[in-house]
Design a binder for this molecule. Structure first.
Ligand code: X8Z
Ligand code: ZN
Length: 609
């Protein structure tokens, strides 16, 4: 089908050029040598243009101006145009019998463009301009509280510290005005988003996919429908635990805020959960933690009491990886990273990790604040950097995670080893709480990790519905809240008119970063952690296990990381933990004592929403 389209386009342009007569004989069937030459061409272009585009993207993300947006748009358009061309050409080799390695590279090339543009003239540039605009709107959108401008970064922190429901509602609603505020040209992030969906779907269909959602789901070495079913299977493993947690948290918020604000038969108000997106709830531990099992310390407070700086947090993260046997970060990491927010310019504060040259020029870009959330995020980002460096010897086509979930799980696995015992080892905590505090420690983790899972899943469920056309632009917001209610059991603090675009208030939507990767990562990191603790000979409860200093774990870990995406992900999983299946039971096992406690707490409560 697509082949026909391409031939038709080629024919039309050769007619225009008046050269139709010269090309009239049939093209010779491609050979394995042609395929090898094609792959070499893609690899060389990816390495060369990839570095150029990455440096432009870095300059833009760390200094957002008219000109850097212009440059970033140019480079993104060219990357898309070329990526789509390669994806199309890769299909020429569909019928060839090729070695597995070459076949895998060709399949990766077909899936290589995040958002494909149609091949017609100007489409890639138009799509790139839309994406730059959405991204810049998210990063730089201005928000005022009481008539004063407030940094977005500070608002995110306030959602975790403020305990006044009216003030929380105010911050929450202001944040969500950005995606619908009108530019001088009359457009909004919402109108851009709808245009982006139409254009990229057109591109995906030209490439032979049903829509962009199907293309994203195809990146997991499984047929797209099987992958969606796999995520549902994993969710069903964890859902009973989430439902108990939601029920308990609602009851405790009810005790704090009263029946008016937290009615016991309703989903929970999304602004009361300690996070701008209600995606992880660790910041309300003080309201919902078990009273008689307090671990007796608060990581944010410990960092402040010990005068930690942002850079020290990063050095601490590096030291953990060094203890596993990884080489120190290069000097250039320290010279070139953006660790704290610059005062004098606009930047994209959302944390990310980069490899600029496909080799050793690794960096993080953060607006690090000294608190527990960012302590974890630093480990998360460094995980990306160590993975990038570990697979640098692979072909550029394989320089990525075994699947997206692996990339997001590396640093998180390490952060699961931030136990009280570990904090004592590095001199942050004086006294390790005894076993009586275990429920508190588990609750703290569950508020971050278990609470996250339905959000991790629904972000892309929403996008799958949007890309498939099940949700029209008029239905974007209602469809979003239907999923938020169904999966998370939360609701907006005030009724949301359908004209709003609340999904656009979350970084990964305007930036088109697929999100199932984080859901998968939350499953995988517990599998990794359990296996790593076994390797290290740990015999106690999993939440007390830290693999700090376990070089034998580091060696096995590195074996998986060095593979990049060169083999299907079950091979990578097997290289590290010896099994080939993703499985939520490691997460369930980790939280089993908490599950028992939650069930007791909820025994006389009416759960559900
Ligand atoms: O976006 C991130 C990282 C960068 S890959 C900071 N995360 C998701 C989020 O913030 O929504 C990490 C957890 C989920
Ligand atoms: Zn990440």
């Amino acid at each position: 089908m697509f082949r026909k389209t391409r031939l038709a386009i080629a024919l039309a342009s050769s007619l225009l050029l008046g050269t139709a007569h010269a090309d009239n004989h049939a093209k010779a069937a491609p050979t394995p040598e042609d395929a090898a030459a094609f792959i070499t061409e893609v690899e060389a272009w990816s390495k060369d243009y990839g570095e150029y585009a990455a440096r432009i993207a870095w300059v833009e993300a760390t200094n957002i101006t008219y000109d850097t947006n212009w440059l970033a748009t140019r480079a993104a358009a060219e990357s898309t145009r070329k990526g789509v061309e390669f994806a199309n050409r890769a299909k020429d080799f569909n019928d060839l019998d090729l070695p597995a390695d070459m076949r895998r590279k060709l399949e990766k090339i077909k899936l290589g463009v995040n958002l494909p543009a149609p091949t017609r003239d100007g489409a890639a540039a138009e799509l790139a301009a839309i994406n730059t605009r959405m991204s810049a709107t998210y990063a730089t959108g201005k928000i005022e509280l009481d008539g004063e401008p407030v940094a977005r970064n500070d608002l995110e922190v306030m959602m975790g510290t403020v305990r006044n429901a009216d003030q929380l509602q105010e911050i929450w609603t202001r944040w969500r005005e950005v995606p619908v505020s009108q530019r001088a040209d009359g457009g909004t992030m919402k109108s851009d988003y709808a245009q982006m969906v139409a254009l990229s779907n057109e591109g995906a269909r030209e490439l032979g996919f049903a829509d962009v959602g199907a293309m994203w789901r195809a990146r997991y070495d499984l047929p797209p429908d099987d992958f969606a079913a796999e995520t549902d299977r994993l969710w069903n493993q964890v859902k009973p635990l989430y439902n108990e947690l939601q029920c308990h948290v609602r009851a405790r918020l009810n005790a704090h805020y009263g029946d008016q604000i937290v009615p016991l038969d309703q989903p929970i108000r999304a602004d009361l959960l300690g996070n701008m997106w209600a995606q992880s709830w660790g910041n309300i531990y003080d309201l919902v933690g078990p009273a008689d099992a307090d671990p007796g310390f608060d990581l944010s407070a410990l960092l402040l009491d010990n005068d930690y700086t942002a850079e020290q947090i990063v050095r601490t993260g590096e030291a953990f990886f060094s203890s596993l046997g990884f080489a120190p970060l290069p000097e250039s990491f320290w010279e070139r990273s953006q660790i704290t927010k610059p005062r004098d310019r606009e930047v994209a504060c959302h944390a990310s990790a980069w490899n600029l040259d496909g080799q050793d020029d690794i960096r993080i870009k953060m607006c690090t604040q000294v608190n527990a959330d960012d302590f974890n995020t630093v480990h998360h980002e460094l995980g990306h950097n160590y993975y990038q460096r570990a697979y640098k010897a692979q072909s550029p086509i394989f320089q990525t995670g075994a699947n997206g979930g692996f990339h997001e799980a590396i640093g998180d696995m390490v952060a699961l080893s931030i136990t009280p015992e570990y904090l004592q080892t590095i001199g942050l905590l004086e006294t390790v709480p005894d076993a009586a505090s275990d429920l508190g420690l588990l609750m703290d983790r569950a508020l971050d990790k278990v609470a996250f899972q339905p959000f991790g899943l629904l972000m892309d469920k929403w996008r799958w519905q949007v890309f498939s056309g099940q949700l029209s632009p008029e239905q974007y917001n209602d469809g979003w809240w239907a999923l938020r209610e169904e999966y998370q059991g939360i609701r907006p603090p005030v009724a949301r008119a359908s004209g709003y675009f609340d999904p656009g208030a979350k970084y990964h939507i305007p930036n088109n970063v697929s999100y199932t990767r984080y859901f998968i990562a939350h499953i995988l990191q517990f599998q990794f952690h359990k296996a790593a603790c076994d390797m290290a000979g740990w015999e106690g409860p999993l939440h007390r296990c830290s693999v700090y200093g376990a070089e034998e774990v580091g060696a096995r870990f590195n074996a998986m990381l060095a593979m990049g995406a060169s083999s299907p992900w079950p091979d990578a999983l097997e290289a590290f933990i010896g099994t080939r299946q993703m499985d939520g039971s490691a997460m369930v096992e980790y939280f089993a004592p908490l599950m028992n406690w939650l069930q007791e707490q909820n025994a006389d409560r009416v759960c559900g929403w």
